[in-house]
Design a protein around this ligand. Structure first.
Ligand code: ADP
Ligand code: MG
Length: 399
């Protein structure tokens, strides 16, 4: 695997986590596994339309230390979970369940993510999941749209895959974690986030065809070309996000049905959208143009043109804002301020209605962009965003 590309700092974290695990559970873990969050470079709201996405795994990750219960130990089917992401005043968040009798949707707490993974694995032929102890520590900010939840699921599945000797392939693990999230946690998410976390490569983005699930790595040599990607976490989550997401999916289904195709992937580029009502036509137009932008981004990256993808990112934002209507004032402000200060491209990333924007920024302009964004927010009375850089990192692995 690509373990040499994991930052040395992460091995230090793994050592600390091992020590902490031993304090918490009274014995050493069987190992430590690492699963990154992701940023979607481009290809937004295309996944559930059988379209194209281009995310990359980032250098912020969930790390889990895990130890399987041995035969003859007490409570052989008990799963004990602890996370350093704890409520105010507590050292750890704890959760507990037993492998048999896991009920989908029963637990709305964070333990549902690892439990969902256990549930889908235990449902496979000839797989028996014993009890285990797990300690989680993640550097993926929660709720920022960088997929902290998938990082937890992916870290759990790669750990159990290795410890139980299941030999599941990466695409299979992506599908299983999706199933865990859809059927157990109850979130109707696609396949992109887990795929990026499982199949990302340092210095690359993952092109994923959400219909065939074929994927390949596209070079994204940011540093070599003097660029960085800034994440601007607006720290807002607008309450209509869930309803808005469901409504957008329904619009796409309606559009596809009216156009007589199974999914918007099958709509020809020169289609006449006049048969659709005005709003549905705009929703469909976003999906069609976004797929085309993903393909154009891949082409430019393949020819080494990093700066050239900037205009595609910015066009993606305009389409999400105007045609798909999933942006919000905070995201628009972040994008506009970043572009005005020298970013070559910027867009909201993730589902929208809050969360984060990304700005492809020349390293020479990083400071100006950061300052301009903070200044823009300060002038409006909005809470200051968190701004940090991300690098295209390796996919999930044992450390
Ligand atoms: P995101 O965009 O970050 O994935 P979600 O709302 O989908 O946002 O997932 C966030 C949820 O994932 C948290 O509320 C929590 O249940 C779980 N989660 C993520 N990271 C951790 C962590 N380090 N410890 C415990 N739970 C976590
Ligand atoms: Mg999530």
């Amino acid at each position: 695997m690509t373990s040499q590309l994991i930052d040395q700092h992460e091995y230090t974290r793994a050592g600390n986590l091992t020590r902490r695990f031993t304090e918490v559970y009274g014995h050493a873990p069987d190992g430590v596994w690492w699963a990154p969050g992701r940023v979607n470079l481009i290809g937004e709201h295309t996944d559930y339309n059988d379209g194209f996405v281009l995310p990359f795994a980032i250098d912020r990750a969930a790390m889990v230390a895990v130890r399987l219960r041995r035969a003859g130990e007490p409570n052989p089917e008990a799963v004990e979970l602890a996370s350093t992401y704890a409520p105010e005043g507590e050292r750890l968040a704890r959760a507990r369940f037993t492998v048999p009798g896991l009920t989908p949707g029963a637990d709305g707490d964070w333990g549902a993510y690892p439990a969902g993974v256990v549930h889908v694995l235990a449902g496979l032929d000839n797989v028996k999941v014993p009890g285990f102890e797990l300690l989680l520590d993640s550097t993926v900010p929660v709720g920022a749209g960088l997929s902290s939840s998938h990082a937890v699921e992916v870290a759990t599945i790669v750990a159990l895959n290795d410890l139980l000797g299941l030999d599941l392939g990466r695409p299979a693990m992506a599908l299983l974690t999706q199933q865990a999230e859809n059927d157990f946690v109850g979130a109707p998410t696609g396949i992109m986030d887990q795929s990026a976390s499982l199949m990302g490569r340092a210095g690359g983005a993952l092109f994923l065809d959400c219909r065939t699930l074929e994927s390949h790595v596209v070079p994204l040599p940011l540093a070599e070309h003097g660029f960085t990607v800034l994440v601007i976490d607006t720290k807002v989550a607008h309450s209509h996000a869930d309803g808005g997401y469901a409504a957008r999916r329904a619009s796409c289904e309606r559009g596809a049905a009216t156009l007589g195709v199974a999914s918007l992937r099958d709509v020809p580029a020169d289609v006449d959208l006049a048969a659709l009502d005005e709003e549905t036509a705009r929703r469909v137009r976003h999906v069609l143009t976004e797929n085309a932008r993903v393909l154009a981004t891949v082409e430019r990256l393949r020819s080494g043109d990093i700066a050239g993808i900037g205009e595609l990112l910015t066009a993606s934002h305009a389409s999400l804002r105007d045609d798909y209507e999933v942006s919000c004032p905070e995201l628009d402000l972040a994008v506009e301020a970043a572009l005005a200060a020298g970013a070559v491209g910027a867009r909201m990333t993730g589902g929208g209605f809050g969360g984060s924007a990304i700005a492809l920024t020349p390293v020479s302009h990083e400071r100006q962009v950061r300052e301009a964004v903070l200044h823009g927010f300060a002038g409006t009375g909005l809470q200051a965003p968190d701004i940090f850089t991300v690098l295209p990192a390796s996919g999930a692995q044992q450390l």
